[in-house]
Design a protein around this ligand. Sequence first.
Ligand code: C5P
Length: 231
Amino acid sequence: MPRYVALIPAAGSGSRMKTETPKQYSMLAGKPLLQHAVHTLCRHRLIEQVFIVLSPGDQRYGECDWRDCAGKLVALYCGGETRAASVFNGLLAINNAVGAADWVLVHDAERPCLRAADIDRLIAEVGDNESGGLLAVPVADTLKRGNAAGEVLQTEAREHLWRAQTPQMFRYRLLIEALRRADVATVTDEAGAVEQAGVRPKLVTGSVTNFKVTWPEDLALAELILKDFAT
Ligand code: C5P
């Protein structure tokens, strides 16, 4: 039977947060931001192992309390220049620990409001679809294309447009081969690399609450969502 493992790229510098602390270590609801998603993935019954990709010089990971994840969480100090490079390096590093047909769920460290129900839906809807799949939400807002001066050039059709989230799940071999060949400078998610290989991953409707903490004000929003989940 194929197994499920998670891989969390957490080697970004988080420059948009405008803080000294890398975004993944900002405090959120009493613990470092990255611990929220890591705990959710470690607690999931189908996920056997969770690998976290850190930058080689990361000194904060070891200062966090990981006792809740003992036995399931493995840190890999092999982050690269881009998110795609970090994921690729992580996949290379776990080569001996996973099989070619095992499923890898790649999840952004900075999506702390991931829920077990989202993971369940992703795994159930992708099933044994060899093209893999990802959580995503249909675009609800009207989309405007602007110019460099901040003026509207035109309104874009939003039909069939989705906002890609994570986790994104693919069989190990498909994902590592797609990333090996992908243009890592332009690929911003795993599905993008797999699409470049001519594959059509499945879109699985996710939750708007599973958003990526990017700007300083996002921390307050994430805190409200986590409080709501806890009640
Ligand atoms: O910067 P961005 O929002 O695209 O980051 C998405 C995820 O990829 C984050 O979890 C971030 O820590 C990770 N990342 C990484 N290595 C990089 C850049 C980003 O692991 N060089």
